[in-house]
Design a protein around this ligand. Structure first.
Ligand SMILES: Cc1ncc(COP(=O)(O)O)c(C=O)c1O
Length: 471
């Protein structure tokens, strides 16, 4: 029996008692959602919003997936809570599914440790890498997002992700004092569309030579000192700031980490679990990492859970120690049941392959919009993870908002092309947009239908007329 909900009262409580994200209290407007289903969010008045944000690219097997729901309900009838010192069948099975069934054929992954959030999995990855190498510095890349907790936040280079913007003094961006606590360094991102070190792809490729961004990474790490730098962390594909690397980049980065003797941590919290049309995005590049983090899609986000997976050498090192880091909820039986159910469902229905196929259709439909809308400068992606760059001038690629990915997110965001698209597409019942000013990040669940893609493209077509009119 669902109780009657007084949504006016709910919205009042929401505004009055909650600390919100992305908006000051004065700016905040709540969006009430009464239920979710498949690719839709359902508002209290019954309006159905087609979600091409996929709620932060989390719900790979669709909202309220019936199989996963049923398995979680079953687990709730068996377990209340066990902390990590005890074995549940769900925790051991989740580990076996990840190491053998998903990663077995790649041969690198040996052990997994579970946590609760993506940021915590990144914390684990950094702790393991620092312990294993005995070196403090972890290199990260421009525009990266790895979480907001102290360690994960320290390897996050996306400018505004750890700051607040004063409303009293507009434009004043305040980083949290003391928030960057662990030693890191920043190296170039493989953002060929606007290369931050002044090169042009593919002209920058020279036969038998490393890409300039790889050479710069090498120079910066060597300059910091190989006695200091033990690892590099990458998003396999930048998620929050949405950058698809060129084909050569990750193979060359992997090679470089081997030459320098440093650990490669790849963060697949957003791009893993089928999103790009492969189980994991690194598989698209013919390389394997030393450490990988996953969250979001691994449990269809029906319950919080994340994992840090390590290779044989690091697993052997960890096995030689008493591992005293513990989180109360790591390995929670209900979360582990969620992982088991999600992976069983995804394996049985081969969701990565479905994403690969629907991604081809989505890509084709996006490219059709390119003919019609002069503001589209670049379309890149695969599966259910697409990037659309909106520009002043297609020939030069000049961004509409000059700060682009170096924006500190202060000022009036309603003029950002990504926000204009978001507000306009909502008029057509579709959620679509992005986190950085000039870039759309487009993708739904991995089981999205062609009809739903058509609906999203029609909304985008409508919204892009307004961006075209801005330039
Ligand atoms: C690539 C990446 N790493 C880490 C995180 C942090 O995960 P969480 O928000 O669950 O802490 C995110 C979140 O969006 C992410 O996209």
């Amino acid at each position: 029996m669902i109780r009657e909900i007084n949504w006016e009262e709910i919205m009042r409580w929401d505004e009055k008692y909650l600390i919100h994200t992305w908006a000051s209290a004065q700016e905040y407007h709540g969006l009430p959602i009464a239920a979710t289903e498949g690719n839709y969010l359902i508002m209290p008045d019954g309006t159905r919003l087609l979600d091409f944000f996929n709620q932060l690219y989390c719900v790979n097997a669709g909202q309220r997936n019936p199989y996963i729901n049923a398995r979680i309900k079953e687990a709730l009838d068996r377990y209340g809570f066990l902390w990590d010192a005890y074995t549940s069948d769900y925790k051991a099975t989740a580990a076996k599914l990840i190491i053998e069934d998903l990663l077995g054929k790649d041969g690198w992954a040996k052990k997994v440790r579970f946590a609760n959030t993506g940021g915590e999995a990144v914390e684990l990855a950094c702790i393991f890498a620092r312990h294993f190498t005995g070196k403090p510095v972890i290199a990260t890349r421009e525009y990266s997002y790895h979480g907001y907790s102290a360690g994960a936040g320290s390897v996050t280079a996306m400018l505004p992700a750890k700051s607040s913007i004063s409303k009293a003094e507009p434009g004043v961006v305040q980083s949290v004092p003391g928030a960057v606590v662990s030693p890191t360094m920043v190296v170039p991102a493989p953002f060929c569309y606007r290369c931050s070190i002044g090169h042009t792809y593919p002209g920058c490729k020279k036969k038998g030579e490393k890409l300039p961004c790889i050479l710069a990474t090498e120079r910066l790490i060597r300059n910091k000192g190989l006695d200091q730098v033990g690892a590099i962390i990458t998003e396999t594909i930048h998620g929050a700031s949405t950058i698809h690397p060129p084909a050569e980049y990750l193979p060359q980065l992997r090679q470089l980490t081997k030459e320098l003797g440093i650990v490669w941590i790849t963060d697949e919290i957003l791009v893993g679990c089928g999103r790009t049309g492969s189980w994991f995005a690194y598989q698209n590049y013919g390389v394997v990492p030393d450490i990988m983090t996953v969250a979001k899609g691994i449990v269809n986000s029906q319950i919080p859970a994340s994992a840090c997976i390590v290779n044989e050498e690091i697993a052997a090192f960890i096995d030689g120690h008493r591992w005293n880091h513990v989180s109360t909820f790591s390995g929670h039986p209900i979360a582990m049941a969620g992982i088991v159910a999600t992976l069983e469902y995804m394996l049985e229905h081969n969701l990565p392959e479905k994403a690969r196929i629907s991604g081809k259709y989505l890509g084709k439909r996006l490219h059709e919009l390119e003919q019609k809308h002069k503001s589209i400068g670049l379309i890149a992606g695969s599966g259910q993870l697409w990037q659309v760059e909106l520009v002043k001038d297609r020939k030069t690629g000049e961004p509409i908002i000059a700060a682009d990915r170096n924006s500190d997110f202060s000022g009036d965001q309603s003029k950002w092309p990504s926000k204009v698209v978001m507000y306009k597409a909502i008029e057509k019942g579709v959620l679509i947009g992005g986190f950085v000013p000039n870039t759309l990040r487009v993708g739904a669940s991995l089981e999205v239908t062609n009809e739903e893609i058509d609906q999203a493209i029609a909304a985008l077509d409508y919204a892009l007329d307004f961006v075209d009119a801005m330039i």
